[in-house]
Write a protein of this length. Structure first.
Length: 137
């Protein structure tokens, strides 16, 4: 069962019991169907947005790796460098939001997320190398 279907099943279980009168049953059923359709649309939109944002972050990381050389380049930078770079890009995102440029704001936020992924990846590699060195490998 999909996550959306599971959420809907939980929500359907919360609907009040329907009286046995035919008109009440019909109109309550229509109202329930409309609420379910609205909820399905809401859940699908939320899921799509999250998935699309993550896809766009991955594409941005690929673009950055192609431009700058990937891990070899990323690993040359300190945590302070990454934090400052992320602050700079987040600042540009704030400027774009203030200029009522939602598409440019989103693009900058995707870049911020991709830079955070690069920073975390560099730190992961640094920690792994240190652990291997401690273990004498």
């Amino acid at each position: 069962m999909s996550p959306i279907t599971e959420r809907l099943k939980d929500e359907v279980d919360q609907f009040p019991a329907i009286e046995d009168h035919p008109y009440t049953l019909f109109f309550d059923s229509l109202a329930a169907i409309e609420r379910l359709q609205a909820r399905v649309a809401e859940l699908e939109a939320a899921t799509w947005t999250r998935e699309q944002a993550l896809i766009d972050v991955e594409k941005e990381r690929e673009r950055q790796d192609e431009k700058w050389g990937g891990a070899n380049h990323d690993d040359d930078h300190t945590p302070d460098f990454w934090v400052q770079l992320i602050k700079n890009y987040a600042g540009w995102a704030q400027v774009m939001a203030g200029m009522d440029s939602p598409h440019k704001y989103r693009k900058r936020m995707i870049q911020v997320a991709a830079l955070a992924v690069a920073a975390a990846g560099g730190m992961d590699r640094q920690l792994s190398a240190a652990q291997k060195q401690e273990q004498g490998q």
